[in-house]
Design a protein around this ligand. Structure first.
Ligand code: ZN
Length: 504
């Protein structure tokens, strides 16, 4: 029902109010979820689940409110009357709401029940190395995701429809092409690395005794130095580190190991990279798509850029090693070379989340190939463990001895997230491209970092990526920032320099 007496500007204004109201509710929900993962006392889990459920239901109601959807449709139909930036907000909201509307309530309910059930069985099955217990759930999930894709758009490859939930506008073909190139180019680099069983037994420079309190202050010092604003954010502890935005309040988390500085430092820098992106969004577009991060792949490009390209580089350690030596007695005798080797240690191993920068992408490409085959029906769930072992042997030359260290290691598939994995490697590809383009504009990033100058890089990212929100889809946003279509080459060059450093 369209109120034709309303001007397009009035319509757009009420749409903005509706979106901001939803964003405020989402912020309140995020605060409850953040607290659940950080400070919540264990005894109140059931009440918290109720509170989260109540707010989620309210948010769902707002997002599916006929008055809101009517507004979205009306504005979308009159797109040519809108200002270009208004059109971005409408286009992205319309795309998202159309996808939601394609799924009926019963299907959505059935799907979340299935995911919750599979996820809870996954925890036990992983502990007990029991793939057979999970196979029936995974079969149902694959079937369900095919159905979901069909409801959204039955004229396209279902895997691509699922992929777009995480990386809108991305095609399977461009991911596949990029990954094929990456896979081929990485092979000679990966062959030079030791397998997990042959890795040296001695401790590296960043291993030793690092008291937690000292690590906390060092992490904070590093996050602040690269530009994270603690007046609008925090750094706390969580078992699985994450970043969460509560409006413009950005919460980072990390985890600690007293014997290994890398464990907390690199998850802090990774999460701070996500946090810098969130803090760099356009405040005037609060709650709107153009004031929102672009995609998971672009988000991951920011975390990986700061974690790997900045945080593991010679320039970074030239700047921070003196301060680290002051803080940690175990580092007093450490050399820059030793620290760099330790920060960049690489080996062919089984677990994705513990993998180094060089081998990481091969873990992703394996998952991309397998999940695509599952959705296409060319791989049966029952044959998945064998396909996993074959894929690991072929790509990394190592075969996990158990399902726990193999096909059961990640929760994603068992939580229904099929099409998610590629965004991690896209993040790495984008990160390397962005760093290379920034270097062309700013001069040697290594020199800037060695002087403790991180501002110029951050400002460059703010201008090219953060401030632009969802003005374009991920691939196009990055292409505009770097001046050409993103390719795997920049990442391979970056990793080649890493492997060379380890060989010297
Ligand atoms: Zn991340």
């Amino acid at each position: 029902m369209s109120d034709s007496f309303e001007s397009i500007d009035q319509r757009y204004e009420s749409f903005v109010d509706q979106l901001r109201g939803q964003y405020d509710l989402a912020g309140a929900l995020h605060l409850l979820q953040w607290d659940q993962e950080t400070y919540m006392p264990a005894g109140v889990a059931a009440t918290r689940a109720r509170q989260i459920g109540a707010l989620s239901a309210l948010l769902h109601e707002r997002r599916t409110d006929p008055a809101f959807l009517d507004n979205v449709d009306d504005l979308a139909a009159r797109e040519d009357e809108l200002q270009p930036m208004q059109a971005v907000d409408v286009r992205e909201t319309k795309w998202r709401t159309d996808r939601q509307r394609a799924l009926d309530t019963d299907l959505v309910r059935e799907r979340s029940r299935l995911h919750a059930e599979a996820r809870s069985h996954w925890i036990r099955a992983r502990e007990q190395n029991d793939f057979a217990a999970l196979a029936p759930f995974l079969e149902k999930i694959v079937e369900m995701e095919r159905r979901v894709a069909g409801c959204i758009d039955d004229s396209r490859d279902p895997y691509e429809v699922l992929l777009e939930s995480y990386e809108p506008g991305m095609t399977v073909e461009s991911v596949a092409q990029c990954f094929m190139q990456l896979s081929a180019d990485l092979r000679p680099l990966v062959e030079k690395l030791p397998a997990v069983s042959e890795a040296p037994a001695h401790l590296t420079a960043l291993e030793g005794q690092f008291p937690l309190g000292l690590q906390r202050s060092f992490n904070r010092h590093v996050a602040e130095a690269i530009g994270f604003d603690f007046a609008k954010g925090r750094l706390d502890v969580a078992v699985h580190p994450f970043t969460m935005s509560i409006g413009d309040d950005v919460r980072l988390t990390t985890r600690y190991d007293e014997k290994d500085l890398r464990y907390s430092l690199y998850s802090t820098i990774h999460e701070a990279g996500h946090g810098l992106y969130e803090q760099g969004l356009d405040p005037d577009a609060y709650g709107l798509p153009r004031g929102h991060a672009c995609s998971l792949g672009v988000h991951e490009s920011q975390s990986r850029l700061w974690e790997n390209i900045v945080g593991r580089s010679p320039g970074f350690w030239e700047h921070f090693l003196p301060a680290a030596k002051e803080i940690f007695p175990s580092l007093r005798a450490a050399t820059l070379d030793g620290v760099l080797r330790s920060a960049n240690e690489a080996q062919r191993s089984f677990i994705r989340t513990e993998a180094d920068e060089v081998t990481y992408n091969l873990h992703i490409i394996l998952r991309f190939d397998l999940e695509r085959a599952l959705i296409a029906g060319s791989l049966r769930v029952a044959d998945l463990p064998q396909a996993w072992s074959d894929g690991m042997r072929e790509r990394l030359g190592v075969v996990p001895p158990t399902h726990t260290e193999g096909v059961l290691q990640d929760v994603h598939w068992f939580a229904g997230a099929i099409g998610y994995f590629p965004t991690y490697a896209l993040g790495n590809i984008y990160a390397a491209e962005l760093a290379a383009a920034a270097e062309k504009d700013l001069g040697s990033l290594g020199n800037l970092m060695a002087e403790g100058e991180f501002r110029a890089l951050l400002e460059w990212l703010r201008m090219k990526i953060h401030r632009r929100g969802q003005v374009h889809r991920g691939r196009r946003l990055v292409a505009e920032a770097i001046g050409h279509e993103p390719q795997a080459r920049a990442l391979v060059d970056h990793l080649g320099r890493k492997v060379q450093l380890l060989e010297e």
